[in-house]
Design a protein around this ligand. Structure first.
Ligand code: ATP
Length: 586
C-alpha cells in the first residue's frame, strides 16, 4: 500500500504566494523507514502534515493505496485510520483524567473491543518501555515530563497505523527511552506500511533507515540510502544538516592514515568492528601516512576541500526560512501590504482607543451599530490569516452572546404554585446591548493585535507612557500588563490552530481542516489552556526579568517611530468619527 506524492506543493496559510513545499514527487513503499532531514524551517513538518492528511496540498496529488487522499476538501475516515502522526512536543496533547482514557481517545475511531484495546495499550506501553512503571488509572499529569512524552507517542503507536509519521520523536527523550523507540521502529519495519521520521538526530536513526530524504527550502535536495549519502555527504552539508558522526569519524581516521570505513557501516558497533579490522590490517601492512593528504577524507583532495568550503560557506537561510525563525509576531505577514500594517504604532494605538471609546460611549442600539461601522471598516485589507484568526475568536464569542442574550430574557414566575417560564424581550435586549459592546471591543482589540507587531506596539506605548512617567505615574506595571495582553491575543489563535490539528490527527475526524468536532473539545481545550498558562507564566517572567534588568528596557526605544501623511489622515478621520459617535450619544 504505497503512499505517493505527485508534484505536490504547499503554500503558507497566511500567504498563498509563499511556498513551503515546491513540486515534490515521492513514493513510499511498504516496509521502509524513511528519514526526513533538513535544517529548521526546511519543510519537514509540513511534508509530514500533508502525508497525514492534516492539510491539503495547494497543488498536486497525494495518494494512498492508489486512492486520492483528498476528496471534496476532506480525507475519508478509512484512509485517516491508516495514517498516524505524532507531533513535536507530543506531551502537550495530553488532556484526560487517566492514562487509560488518554489511550481510549486515540483508539476510539478504531472501534476495538475492550479486550483488544487493553492489549493494544499493554503492547504500546511495553514497546516504549513504559511497562511496569505504568498504572493505566493514574493521571497522565502525575507522570514525569519524559514519561508523558512517551505516553503521548504510545497513544499513536497503540492505534497501529499503517503509516507512522513521527515529527522529532526523540527531542527531549532520555537516551534509554530513545533506544526503546529505536527498537520499536526496528521491530515494526516488517509490518505493512512504513515509518517516516522527521529528525535532526541523524546519528540515532541513520543505522536503521532505508532511505534518507534531504529537504532544503521546501524542495528535495537529495534522496538515497544512508550508505549512498554517507559516501557522498555533500547534500547534508549543502542543506545545513551537518555531517553524521560516521562520516566525521571516517574522515578523521583517513587523516590518521586509516583507510575510510566501508560504506554502510553506520552504527557505532559496525564502525568499531570496521576500525578493529583496519587496525589488524595495519599491523600487517605498513601504511605510509605521509602519502595521504592531511585534508583528504577519501583520497580525493578535491572532494574534501569542496565539502569544507560548503560547510564554511553554507548558503544563507532562504527568506522563507528567515521568516520562520523570526520572533513571533515581530513582522507583519509578507502579504500584508494594506495601510493598517504600514501605519505608525501610535496611530494604531489611537485608532484602537477611538474604536473602544466610540463603542463605550453608546447606550442605544443605533449608536452601537454606528460604532460597529468603523470597526468593520478597519478589517478591509487585512491578510487572509488575520481574517481567519478573527473568525476563530469571534465565532465562540458570537455563540456566547447569543446564549447570554437568550438566558437573560428568561423569567421565572410561580403563578398558582406552578413554576412558569416566561421571556422578557426588554431584559434580553438590555443584556444584548452590553454583550454587543464587548463584542465590538474584542473585534477592535484583535484588529490592533493583528496589525501591530508586538515590538512596535510596545514602542508606541512607550512613547505615550514617557509623558505619564514625567508626571510620576506608575507606568511600568501598566506597560507590563498591556504588553502581555496584546502578545497573548495572536498567541491564542496560533495555539488553537496547533491543538486543533492535534485533535484532528488523534480523533481521525473526516472534517475540513480548521474545524473541530464538539466531542473533541475537551481534548482541545484542556491542553490549549495548559499551554497558554505555561506561555503566560514564561512571558511574565521574561518581561519581569527585563524590567528588573533595566527600568526602560521593557518599554524599548522610540527612535524608529515616524508619523507620515497617511498617519495624519488616519488620526484626523478617527477623531472625526469619534466626535460623530460622541454627538450621537448626546
Ligand atoms: N501555519 C504556518 N503559517 C505560516 N508559515 C508556516 C506555517 N507552518 C510552517 N510555516 C513555515 O513553513 C516553513 C517550514 O516549516 P516546517 O515546520 O515544515 O519546517 P521544519 O523543517 O519542520 O522545521 P523544524 O525542524 O524547525 O521543525 C517555515 O518557514 C515556517 O515558518
Amino acid at each position: 500500500m504505497p503512499l505517493t506524492l505527485h508534484n505536490v506543493s504547499a503554500a503558507a496559510p497566511d500567504d498563498p504566494n509563499r511556498r513551503l513545499l515546491s513540486d515534490v514527487s515521492l513514493a513510499f513503499e511498504d516496509g521502509t523507514v524513511t528519514l526526513l532531514v533538513g535544517r529548521t524551517g526546511s519543510g519537514k513538518s509540513t511534508l509530514l502534515q500533508l502525508l497525514a492528511g492534516m492539510r491539503p496540498p495547494s497543488s498536486g496529488e497525494i495518494r494512498l493505496n492508489d486512492e486520492p487522499l483528498w476528496r471534496r476538501r476532506r480525507v475519508t475516515q478509512p484512509l485517516l485510520l491508516q495514517l498516524g502522526l505524532t507531533f513535536q512536543f507530543p506531551e502537550q496533547q495530553l488532556f484526560a483524567r487517566s492514562v487509560r482514557q488518554e489511550f481510549g481517545y486515540s483508539l476510539r475511531p478504531y472501534g476495538l473491543t475492550a479486550m483488544e484495546k487493553e492489549q493494544r495499550i499493554q503492547s504500546a506501553c511495553e514497546d516504549l518501555g513504559l511497562g511496569a512503571a505504568f498504572d493505566p488509572d493514574r493521571s497522565p499529569f502525575a507522570l514525569s515530563g519524559g514519561q508523558r512524552r512517551r505516553l503521548a507517542l504510545a497513544t499513536t503507536i497503540a492505534a497501529s497505523p499503517d503509516w507512522l509519521l513521527m515529527d522529532e520523536p526523540t527531542a527531549g527523550l532520555e537516551s534509554a527511552a530513545a533506544k526503546e523507540l529505536l527498537r520499536y521502529v526496528q521491530a515494526r519495519k516488517a509490518a505493512k506500511g512504513g515509518i517516516m521520521i522527521a529528525t535532526h538526530d541523524l546519528d540515532l536513526f541513520l543505522p536503521l533507515a532505508d532511505r534518507v530524504i534531504v529537504l532544503d527550502c521546501g524542495t528535495i535536495a537529495a534522496d538515497g540510502t544512508p550508505a549512498a549519502l554517507c559516501g557522498n555527504p555533500e547534500p547534508f552539508v549543502q542543506a545545513g544538516v551537518g555531517l553524521p558522526s560516521c562520516v566525521l569519524l571516517s574522515h578523521a581516521l583517513a587523516r590518521n592514515g586509516i583507510t575510510p570505513i566501508p560504506e554502510g557501516k553506520l552504527s557505532p558497533e559496525d564502525m568499531a568492528d570496521a576500525i578493529a579490522e583496519r587496525l589488524k590490517e595495519r599491523r600487517g601492512v605498513a601504511i605510509n601516512v605521509a602519502s595521504i593528504p592531511a585534508e583528504c577524507p577519501d583520497g580525493n583532495p578535491e572532494s574534501e576541500s569542496k565539502s569544507n568550503k560548503s560547510e564554511l560557506h553554507a548558503p544563507p537561510p532562504p527568506q522563507s526560512q528567515a521568516a520562520g525563525l523570526s520572533q513571533e509576531g515581530e513582522h507583519p505577514p509578507a502579504a500584508a501590504k494594506s495601510l493598517w500594517y504600514r501605519l505608525d504604532p501610535r496611530t494604531n494605538w489611537l485608532l484602537y482607543l477611538f474604536m473602544v471609546l466610540g463603542a463605550m460611549l453608546q447606550s442605544s442600539w443605533l449608536g452601537l451599530v454606528c460604532a460597529a461601522l468603523p470597526v468593520a471598516a478597519v478589517y478591509i485589507g487585512l491578510s487572509r490569516s488575520a481574517l481567519v484568526g478573527a473568525v476563530k475568536i469571534l465565532k465562540p464569542l458570537a455563540w456566547f452572546m447569543a446564549i447570554s442574550v437568550g438566558l437573560a430574557g428568561l423569567e421565572w414566575t410561580a403563578s398558582s404554585g406552578f413554576p412558569f417560564v416566561g421571556f422578557s424581550l426588554e431584559n434580553s435586549l438590555a443584556t444584548g446591548l452590553n454583550v454587543f459592546r464587548l463584542f465590538l471591543i474584542t473585534i477592535a482589540s484583535y484588529w490592533f493585535a493583528a496589525t501591530t507587531p508586538y515590538g512596535r506596539m510596545v514602542q508606541g506605548l512607550a512613547w505615550g507612557l514617557g509623558y505619564a512617567k514625567r508626571l510620576k505615574l506608575p507606568t511600568d506595571s501598566f506597560a507590563l500588563a498591556v504588553s502581555l495582553m496584546f502578545k497573548f491575543i495572536p498567541m491564542i489563535v496560533r495555539e488553537w490552530q496547533r491543538f486543533s490539528d492535534i485533535v484532528r490527527a488523534r480523533g481521525k475526524a473526516a472534517i475540513r481542516p480548521g474545524t473541530v468536532r464538539g466531542r473533541d473539545m475537551p481534548a482541545l481545550v484542556v491542553p490549549l489552556l495548559l499551554a497558554l498558562f505555561h506561555r503566560a507564566e514564561e512571558m511574565t517572567s521574561a518581561l519581569e526579568m527585563k524590567k528588573i534588568g533595566s527600568r526602560t528596557a521593557l518599554l524599548g526605544h522610540t527612535d524608529s517611530l515616524r508619523l507620515t501623511r497617511a498617519d495624519g489622515l488616519a488620526i484626523v478621520s478617527g477623531i472625526l468619527l469619534l466626535g460623530g459617535l460622541a454627538a450621537l450619544r448626546g
